[in-house]
Design a protein around this ligand. Structure first.
Ligand SMILES: [Zn+2]
Length: 154
C-alpha cells in the first residue's frame, strides 16, 4: 500500500480489523512514487508476495494542495518539498479544471498516475502483473465519510 503520511490517513486504522503482519505500507506526503517507494513495492510483491498494490490519495491532501497552489498561484516552495512534489506538479498541470474541484481532481489523478508509474517504471511489478500474481488499483479516501473509493481509469 502506498498512501500519504497525513496523520488522518493510517491504513491499518482505515481498513479496520487489520492487524500486525497484514499490510506492507509505504507512506510519504502526497503518496509520491519515487525510487524508495518502487523498491519498497518490489520487495513487498516479489519477496513478501503481496497480491495487491493500492495507491491511495485522500481528501484535502496538503501535498497535493501545495502542488495545486504552485500551479494556480505560482507559489514557491522551499527545501526538499518542492523537489518531492514534482510528480504531483505534473499531474496538477495536466488538470484542466482549476476551479473549486481542482485539488480533489488532482488527488484522484495523482493516485491513478501513481499506479501507472509503478507499472511503467518497475519491470519487476510489470512481470508480476503479467503473470497474474499482482493487481494494482488506485483509491481515494474521503476524510469526512471514511469511505474508500476504488478507481478505474476511464
Ligand atoms: Zn496527504
Amino acid at each position: 500500500m502506498l498512501t500519504c503520511s497525513d496523520s488522518r490517513v493510517v491504513p491499518e486504522l482505515i481498513f479496520g480489523g487489520v492487524t500486525l503482519g497484514e499490510l506492507f505500507v509505504a507512506r510519504n506526503a502526497g503518496n509520491v512514487v519515487d525510487t524508495d517507494v518502487l523498491g519498497t513495492i518490489e520487495y513487498g510483491t516479489e519477496h513478501l508476495h503481496a497480491p495487491l498494490i493500492v495507491v491511495m490519495g485522500h481528501k484535502r491532501c496538503g501535498a497535493v494542495s501545495a502542488a495545486c497552489d504552485v500551479v494556480a498561484h505560482g507559489t514557491k516552495l522551499d527545501g526538499s518539498i518542492g523537489k518531492m512534489i514534482q510528480p504531483i506538479l505534473a499531474v496538477a498541470l495536466a488538470e484542466t479544471d482549476r476551479g473549486e474541484a481542482f485539488i480533489d481532481k488532482t488527488v484522484h489523478a495523482n493516485a491513478l498516475n501513481g499506479a501507472e508509474r509503478i507499472l511503467a517504471e518497475s519491470p519487476i511489478v510489470a512481470r508480476l502483473v503479467d503473470e497474474g500474481k499482482v493487481k494494482i488499483v488506485s483509491a481515494y479516501y474521503d476524510l469526512d465519510t471514511g469511505v474508500v473509493e476504488f478507481m478505474h481509469k476511464a
